[in-house]
Design a protein around this ligand. Structure first.
Ligand code: ADP
Length: 245
């Protein structure tokens, strides 16, 4: 058993070709140990989203290796990658990405239905309770606040009991109070259930909920901080953004 939930080895991702080539990730090697919460930070365009997408099997690196729970993603075919995304990893996005015509519980069971599985009512209730929305199961996204919608998205990501939960700016569209509620839920999933969370954020306060912050600049890992507070993280970000080209 691999004790790293995710491992990237010398991962590069280039877009385009010839003079127009953009190197979004440049030989990135990183391990995300199981049961830990990692934040990924860096200036705009530094490769954070690309890193998350490659680690989660949403995008394919140009070169290098990505393993999730010991499974090598770069050799998986499309069907294998689809199954991995459906069964073994969960996603939360800044924009929630809920289907507006479906109720909270219908949104939550979608990953199971897509996999042809019948959702157990007790499990749906369990994940909605876990995110504090047991009493909103029949509400549609338009009838819920932003924070509640993001919690529905979290419940949807958790329904398959994923090995890793990826979150791309999960608090970006929320005010700071509701953002904190979502961050506490993510923290609780790591502490109480031993899940692995990898979160992209530009917010030092959000990053301070993580065990570790990894900094990217120009597609490369520029260092990391462990157990840092929001002020220490903000100071490091300021220094990174001041680096001349
Ligand atoms: P971040 O999330 O840190 O803002 P991204 O991972 O989105 O950075 O992007 C990293 C770099 O790759 C940027 O220069 C961006 O313009 C480029 N990039 C990202 N996606 C594409 C794409 N589909 N085609 C071309 N370039 C892209």
């Amino acid at each position: 058993m691999d004790e790293d939930a995710i491992r990237l080895r010398c991962v590069s991702r280039r877009y385009g070709s010839g003079d127009g080539v953009v190197t979004a990730l440049d030989r990135v090697s990183l391990a995300f140990p199981g049961g830990t919460f990692t934040a990924v930070m860096g200036p705009s365009g530094s490769g954070k989203s690309t890193l998350l997408q490659c680690a989660a099997g949403l995008d394919r690196p140009t070169s290098g290796s990505v393993t999730v729970g010991g499974t090598e993603l770069t050799t998986l075919g499309e069907t294998g990658l689809t199954l991995l995304r459906r069964e073994r990893v969960g996603f939360v996005f800044q924009a929630f990405n809920l289907l507006p015509s479906l109720t909270a519980e219908q949104n939550v069971v979608l990953p199971l239905r897509l996999g042809g599985r019948r959702p157990a009512k007790a499990r749906v209730r369990e994940v909605l309770d876990q995110v504090g929305l047991g009493d909103r199961a029949r509400h549609r996204p338009g009838e819920l606040s932003g924070g509640q919608q993001q919690r529905v998205a979290l419940a949807r990501a958790l329904i398959t009991r994923p090995e890793v939960l990826f979150a791309d700016e999960p608090t970006g569209a929320l005010d700071s109070r509701t953002g904190r509620e979502v961050l506490k839920l993510l923290r609780g999933m790591v502490d109480a259930e031993g899940r692995t969370v990898v979160m992209v954020t530009h917010d030092p306060v959000a990053a301070s909920y993580a065990d570790r912050v990894v900094f990217l600049v120009d597609g490369r890992v520029e260092g990391e901080l462990t157990g840092a507070g929001a002020e220490g993280i903000a100071a490091r970000m300021t220094r990174l953004e001041a680096v001349p080209c």
